[in-house]
Write a protein that binds this ligand. Structure first.
Ligand code: BJW
Length: 233
């Protein structure tokens, strides 16, 4: 299957599920336990920053006890061994893709281990807990640091670079995402319009299933390594 030269891969929470990271929209997922308006909107943060910090602190602490799985490893292998161009775009804020070895990677919804200063706009590595008392290491203002994640109503990161890559790709693969959240959910249509072959790899059909030319269903740790093997074969 070496007829492709430019691949864009979109990943979602499902790729990290078998590493032990919660997904959002499963019956027992994150949004079944907590209202997204309280923790994943700028309004929720303005209302109760302590609660939002605690939500992300807990998830950040959880990163130390999880590891990349076979699906993350397979995508890192694809980047290393594929003769053409591979761009990985993740909606996930965990760091499992980079820990597996991927480097051509865009975190379109931000990163759990980074802080953003709402006062000066600087971003900082932030591996530990964050709270309202912390000052920005750049502008030294207190009370402006927030998790560097993209909340509902905010513009996802690097959209121009992502759209440019999709417009040029000949294969678009979506892995482990329910296709509920835009603009990521619309990438498959952009890719189809650009003439790319489109593939969904997921546990079950996503909201966008009808837009994909091909689909394979199963656990990411099984279907992603098999798909990569075939691509490199
Ligand atoms: C497995 C598996 C295994 C499980 N193996 N698979 C009406 C129409 C259209 C759009 C909108 C609208 N109203 C509002 C909007 C825009 C809004 C939106 O899309 N809302 C929808 C809910 C309707 N989008 C936005 O606001 C975005 N910004 C934007 O549009 O900017 C433009 C703009 C700006 C300003 C003004 C106007 C326009 C921003 C979206 C930010 C999303 N943020 C979150 C939380 C922050 C990060 C965090 O805390 O982690 O990002 S929400 C959450 O959903 C998170 C995820 O990245 C994102 C996607 O979830 P994902 O990855 O798909 O997870 P799940 O759980 O949904 O699915 C998991 C899948 O895996 C399932 O299918 C399983 O089957 C599968 N699976 N185990 C394989 N082992």
């Amino acid at each position: 299957m070496t007829r492709y030269s430019r691949i864009v891969i979109l990943t979602g929470a499902g790729i990290s599920a078998e590493s032990g990271v919660d997904t959002f929209r499963a019956k027992d997922g994150i949004w079944s336990k907590i209202d997204y308006r309280d923790v994943a909107t700028p309004q929720g943060f303005a209302r109760d920053p302590d609660r939002v910090h605690e939500f992300y602190n807990e998830r950040r602490r959880g990163l130390v006890s999880v590891s990349p799985n076979a699906a993350h490893a397979a995508l890192a292998r694809l980047e290393r061994e594929f003769a053409g161009n591979v761009l990985l775009v993740t909606q996930n804020i965990d760091d499992l893709h980079e820990r597996a070895g991927s480097s051509r990677l865009i975190h379109m919804h931000g990163e759990l281990v980074r802080a953003l200063c709402a006062n000066c706009g600087q971003r900082h590595d932030w591996p530990g807990d964050m709270d309202v008392g912390h000052s920005c290491p750049a502008c030294h203002s207190a009370g402006y640091l927030r998790p560097d994640v993209v909340w509902f109503g905010e513009m996802p990161y690097k959209m121009e670079r992502i759209s440019a890559a999709i417009a040029l790709c000949d294969l678009f693969v979506s892995i482990g995402t329910s296709g509920n959240v835009y603009p990521a959910a619309g990438f498959v249509e952009e890719a189809r319009i650009a003439g790319a072959h489109t593939v969904e790899l997921n546990l079950e059909p996503s909201e966008g299933r009808s837009h994909f030319a091909e689909a394979q269903y199963g656990r990411a740790t099984e279907i992603v390594p098999a798909f990569v093997e075939k691509l490199l074969g």
